[in-house]
Write a protein of this length. Structure first.
Length: 93
């Protein structure tokens, strides 16, 4: 049986997206307004979700297109740190 923690997110809420990027909800909202991350893929009133693979793709491309933006640099750094933590945890297992 697959544990929930083993399932990669596909559609995430704003709170989850902010947590995955290790930023505040306010920072996440400012990224959305500034176009740093894509707009929500699902917007049905109270149900608002981002397509996480699209967010990751945009942030990985952001390294070149938004190099000067401190918000983007924070997201890039957070993603790199998260991947490094995963690598260390996988190597220890």
């Amino acid at each position: 049986m697959t544990r929930r923690a083993d399932i990669a997110p596909v559609f995430v809420s704003g709170d989850t997206a902010a947590a995955l990027c290790e930023v505040s909800r306010d920072t996440w909202q400012s990224w959305v307004k500034a176009g740093v991350v894509p707009k929500p893929a699902i917007d049905r009133g109270q149900i608002i979700r981002w397509h996480w693979p699209s967010v990751e793709a945009r942030l990985s491309d952001a390294d070149e297109t938004h190099r000067h933006d401190p918000f983007v640099q924070g997201a890039i750094n957070a993603a790199k740190q998260r991947e490094a933590k995963k690598g260390r945890a996988g190597a220890a297992a």
